[in-house]
Design a protein around this ligand. Structure first.
Ligand SMILES: Cc1ncc(COP(=O)(O)O)c(C=O)c1O
Length: 406
């Protein structure tokens, strides 16, 4: 028996959905590699990657194969039982990273929620009730639960929901002196994105992360890296911490780790993991067999020298062309980022108008992203064909030309 499919249009969104998003005027219905088709059959080049999620593009045969094979075998058993894909993926993550223990969940916010709760629990168990403060960066983003908006450094996401989680201090990013001044023996964790994503695609300076590591060690605080956006190959390394050579105590991963299937993980050491004893934390769906079977296929493909080297080569293609476009049309003051997480900072004249670039790009058949109002962001598939990059950037240039009236 097939499910009845009633026809739907973009206008239905406003009738049946909570109005917390303002999706584009078209509805994508199919994707293949880095191309997407909408309801009318119009084809677009996808440089948005589902907000840095579709790490291997759309409908990658290895991911489709892993998912359908698992779909015919076992969908869900809950955390009352373990399952083979979860254990295999956890082993792969442990083998590939600093981590010795893995907690699976379903979204970046949940991975961070687990990370923050673990940090507070460790401090509580080892040092008592007074050590619970978390230092985070201004302009950071860690998710939309109450704890994660409270830790995130953007009041627009945390204001207006009553009392916030207390004990959180925000300091300017990449400012080691400010961090030094904020950290104390009451600090249980310092939380940083190695590359601030939503905050404008801003990579950390090496000395900043090294200094943060040292400060944490001096104050018995844990260093948490939020690699929800920067992780799983996007930086040109499996995780961005590997580029910096600074090892965190806890790492959160989501987005790319599931290649488009909702999943996330918190990685940590064996010693810290002991504080999440039976019953201390949990989730029904975390480590779901479908999600983990896709996750296995993702890491098998992404964590290879060919794919990671390809990310850096494709970064160079994007950067050279975007800098040229920026100069020619006077729209970008800087093209920054790492790997295939790239941000074009708008010049003074175009500040606040990133949405106009998004709309203009869509009109020319290319899907891009914003990172706040002042930065145009690109987060395509890590295996996007060079021909798709060229075609997409040709379309993007036409969009910029139209927008600027050139
Ligand atoms: C760095 C970072 N952390 C956490 C999140 C939240 O992830 P999710 O939307 O899956 O909860 C995001 C999402 O954009 C992110 O970029």
């Amino acid at each position: 028996m097939s499910v009845e499919q009633v026809p739907v249009q973009r206008a239905d969104f406003d009738q049946v959905m909570v109005p917390n998003y303002a999706p584009a005027a078209f509805i994508p219905v199919r994707g293949q590699g880095s191309r997407v088709w909408d309801q009318s059959g119009r084809e677009l080049v996808d440089f948005s990657g589902g907000i840095a999620v579709n790490v291997l593009g759309h409908a990658h045969p290895a991911l489709v194969g892993a998912l359908t094979e698992q779909a015919n075998r076992l969908w869900h058993v809950s955390n009352v039982f373990t399952n083979e894909p979860a254990l295999r993926l956890a082993k792969k993550l442990v083998d590939a990273t600093f981590a010795e223990r893995v907690f699976f969940c379903n979204s970046g916010a949940e991975a961070n929620e687990a990370a923050f709760k673990l940090a507070r629990r460790v401090a509580h168990d080892l040092y008592g009730t007074e050590k619970y403060e978390i230092i985070a960066a201004l302009n950071s983003f860690h998710g939309r639960t109450l704890f994660t908006v409270s830790v995130g450094g953007q009041p627009k996401y945390s204001d207006g929901f009553g009392p916030k989680i207390t004990g959180i201090t925000h300091v300017p990013y990449n400012d080691l002196d400010a961090l030094k001044a904020a950290v104390s023996d009451k600090t249980c964790a310092v939380v940083l994105e190695p590359i601030q994503g939503e905050g404008g695609v801003l990579p950390a300076e090496l000395e900043y992360l090294q200094g943060a590591r040292k400060l944490c060690d001096e104050h018995n605080a844990l260093l948490i890296f939020d690699e929800v956006q920067s992780g799983m190959g996007r930086s040109g390394h499996l995780f961005a911490y590997m580029h910096y050579g600074v090892i965190p105590d806890i790492l959160s991963s989501a987005k790319s780790i599931g290649g488009g299937f909702p999943m996330a993980a918190m990685l940590t050491t064996e010693k810290l993991a002991t504080h999440l004893a039976v019953g201390v934390h949990g989730t029904t769906y975390g480590g779901n067999p479908l999600a983990c079977s896709v996750g296995e296929a993702v890491i098998d493909i992404v964590n290879t020298p060919e794919v990671l080297a390809g990310v850096n080569a494709k970064h160079a293609l994007f950067k050279a062309r975007l800098e040229k476009i920026g100069q020619q049309y006077g729209v970008f003051s800087e093209v920054r980022g790492m790997g295939l997480l790239i941000g074009c900072v708008l010049t003074e004249a175009w500040k606040g108008k990133a949405k106009d670039f998004f709309n203009a790009a869509e009109q020319e058949g290319v899907m891009i992203l914003q990172a706040g109002p002042d930065v145009v962001r690109f987060a395509p598939s890590l295996v996007i064909d060079d021909a798709d990059i060229t075609e997409g950037l040709d379309r993007f240039e036409r969009a910029v030309a139209k927008l600027t009236g050139a």
